[in-house]
Design a protein around this ligand. Structure first.
Ligand SMILES: Cc1ncc(COP(=O)(O)O)c(C=O)c1O
Length: 448
């Protein structure tokens, strides 16, 4: 019999074997991690030393940089709450990129094998790629003079397999949402708005991303609002939101009772981990607070320029589906052909205007459908060619060709883009409008 066998157990009122531990260490995430962040901000060595000394004086516990089971109020949850308020939508889910937002929305909307999603010929490739990762088939529609999806071509591309339409509000402008929603209602289709490039924009008084069934946003560094790698999914339906939550966190931390059995059919399925970290949540919370003013500045600057422009024969202005609602960080117009667009761009650049045109360059650009070789060549991550070869998809895969949307190609080759700066003063706007009038007036007759 061992000595201990005679000692009474602590559970029966005996003495505790271990009353405290001598060993302890610093917080898991401490000053060093904070200083790495300070370094990212680009502070001088002197400032960093002051920060190090200041924060080294405080006693603190390790922050938890994940959203769930966090003893402190979550920054990610605060970001979602702010977006619910700013966008006037009941459900907002923060995710770790615009791409994962799209994947989440498609999957939550029930896009899968045997389904088709109609996408525009002009959008960043992620809008299309995530249809394929959801094992469904993208069907490409032309864009019109708004450079957003052409409603007439949507109608032409609908089949019995169409599950959703994905209008994209590109370069700060808005798709023709009345037309898109009308078609969707008529054919009972889901609408998934890709709002990655138009955060804060509106269509007839409604925030872009809140009109369809889902709104997907990228709030990455490359976008007008966003600080790193992050995205948002917005929706109005509780069950769709639940499915979106499941897709974004298959580990189910989002569930009040994490490992409980399914509450409603379709709630649980194998998803991903697209959760947004608290670091990104904090940065994007601050970014989103700045968004309304930022959008107002852009809108005002563009409207100031546009209000001073003269009309010129042969120049087609971009069709703007809601001039009061668009964000307005690009002013676009179409000269009659690519050679003339290049001539106009060179002349405007010489005047000091920030301007670009794709022209007939062969340079690859994954915003344009003809470069989506993933589709053209039906590329697959798996050796069996899934999802193209799946029996529910294979008979219906479109004949993808780089010349299948000639109207879009023509418009994109001719489009002249003037970049608008949100910080331009009235005088800057007048100077830019003057330069545009001067150049167009030199080449084309003024018509109004
Ligand atoms: C229209 C559009 N959709 C989706 C995305 C994907 O967003 P992210 O880069 O955050 O994954 C982008 C980003 O460039 C985009 O421009």
């Amino acid at each position: 019999m061992s000595e201990n066998a005679t000692a009474s157990l602590a559970i029966e009122g005996g003495p505790k074997s271990v009353s405290s531990y001598e060993g302890s260490g610093p917080p898991k995430i401490g000053v060093e991690e904070f200083m790495e962040l300070a370094d990212t901000w680009g502070f001088t060595e002197e400032t960093k030393e002051s920060i190090r000394q200041a924060i080294g004086r405080d006693r603190f516990t390790s922050p938890m940089l994940s959203r769930y089971y966090n003893p402190k109020p979550s920054k990610v949850a605060a970001l979602e709450a702010l977006c619910r308020e700013l966008f006037g939508v009941p459900y907002v889910l923060a995710v770790n990129s615009g791409t994962s937002a799209l994947n989440t929305a498609y999957v939550a909307a029930g896009v899968g094998p045997g389904c088709e999603v109609i996408v525009p010929a002009y959008t960043f490739f992620a809008t299309v790629a995530e249809v394929v990762t959801a094992c469904a088939i993208p069907v490409i529609a032309e864009v019109d003079e708004s450079l957003t999806i052409d409603p007439q071509d949507i109608e032409a591309k609908i089949t019995p397999r169409t599950r959703a339409i994905a209008p994209v509000h590109l370069i700060g402008t808005c798709a023709d949402m009345d037309a898109v929603m009308g078609i969707a209602r008529k054919h009972n289709l889901m609408v998934i708005e890709d709002t990655a490039q138009a955060c804060g924009g509106e269509y007839k008084g409604r925030k872009l991303g809140t009109i369809g069934d889902f709104g997907c946003f990228s709030i990455s560094s490359y976008k007008i609002t966003g600080g790193g790698e992050a995205g948002l999914v917005m929706c109005k339906d509780k069950f769709l939101y639940t499915r979106a939550q499941n897709n974004h966190d298959t580990g189910a931390c989002w569930r009040p009772d994490r490992f409980a059995v399914e509450q409603e059919e379709g709630e649980l399925f194998c998803g991903y981990n697209y959760k947004l970290s608290e670091l990104e949540g904090a940065v994007n919370l601050a970014q989103m607070r700045k968004m309304p003013d930022q959008v107002n500045r852009w809108r005002t600057a563009k409207q100031r320029v546009v209000s001073q422009l003269k009309q010129h024969e042969g120049i087609t202005p971009q069709k703007v589906n809601d001039p009061d609602g668009e964000v307005g960080y690009k002013l676009v117009f179409f000269p009659p052909n690519t050679a003339e667009s290049m001539k106009v761009v060179q002349a405007l650049a010489a005047e000091g205007v920030p301007v670009s045109c794709r022209g007939d360059r062969e340079s690859r650009d994954w915003h344009i459908y003809s470069y989506w070789e993933h589709l053209m060549d039906r590329k697959s991550a798996s050796a069996d060619g899934c999802p193209w070869t799946c029996e529910r998809n294979a008979p219906f895969v479109p004949d993808y060709r780089p010349d299948m949307c000639p109207r879009s190609t023509d418009l994109l080759n001719r489009a002249v883009y003037v970049s608008i700066d949100q910080w331009w003063t009235e005088q800057d706007c007048t100077a830019v409008a003057g330069a545009i009038n001067k150049v167009l007036g030199a080449f084309y007759a003024c018509s109004g």
